[in-house]
Design a protein around this ligand. Structure first.
Ligand code: 5GP
Length: 197
């Protein structure tokens, strides 16, 4: 997705060989026009799947997730990372090890929003080691719902998340794949589309 890659080239900040900071358009300040195009792109790529709901994780997945849900005409659910006094129903939970915070936390989704008839599309901002996506997939399994696929805004192709998911047979669509962040350079991979295809 050229628009996204240009934004990453122009505004992305390489924090280390493993971490890209994109807080001017995705992780803190959000660019609504870009989010709209991201949503349209994911909706187009997953149009052939019978998606009934989009599932993401708070907070940076919500922008791309809500726009994807809008274009697919389905609701968005975001998994919560922190216990909330209003989260009183039966909960589906899974542990997730955070790549950026280097600590384990639990994600929770109210069981009433997922059931066995659902086909769920997982959307997230980054794919690194795959822990967030696997946590979301475990929540989907707990609900006995089906996984339609995983849509990622920025996949770091040099980390193992993409291959772990694809080896499990999960359809992963990433809008930009980074090959390397070495020497302060952002290098994109050409394998932008689903590697299973
Ligand atoms: P994973 O669970 O795949 O190891 O990491 C994905 C999660 O960690 C994403 O939800 C994202 O919030 C965060 N993350 C991983 N790598 C990066 C990165 O390079 N930059 C930013 N801003 N977030 C990242």
């Amino acid at each position: 997705m050229e628009l996204l890659k240009n934004k990453i080239r122009d505004d992305g900040i390489v924090l280390s060989e493993n971490v890209l900071k994109v807080d001017s358009f995705l992780n803190h300040q959000m660019d609504p026009e870009l989010m709209k195009e991201i949503g349209k792109e994911f909706a187009g790529r997953f149009r052939d799947e019978p998606v009934t709901k989009v599932l993401t994780i708070e907070s940076s997945g919500i922008g791309p997730g809500i726009m994807t849900a809008l274009y697919l005409g389905v609701p968005l659910i975001f998994a919560r990372k922190k216990k909330s006094l209003t989260l009183t129903e039966d909960l589906l939970t899974a542990p997730v090890y955070s790549f950026t915070k280097q600590e384990q936390y639990e994600i929770a989704v109210s069981a009433k929003f997922l059931d066995s008839d659902d086909h769920i599309l997982v959307i997230d901002d980054f794919l690194a080691n795959g822990q967030a996506a696997i946590g979301l997939i475990n929540v989907i399994k707990e609900a006995e719902a089906k996984l339609a696929g995983v849509g990622i805004v920025i996949e770091k192709g040099f980390q193992e998340g993409g291959s772990i998911l694809r080896e499990r047979g999960v359809r992963v669509e990433s809008l930009a794949i980074l090959e390397s962040l070495e020497n302060n350079q952002i290098v994109f991979s050409e394998k932008e589309v689903n590697i299973n295809e």
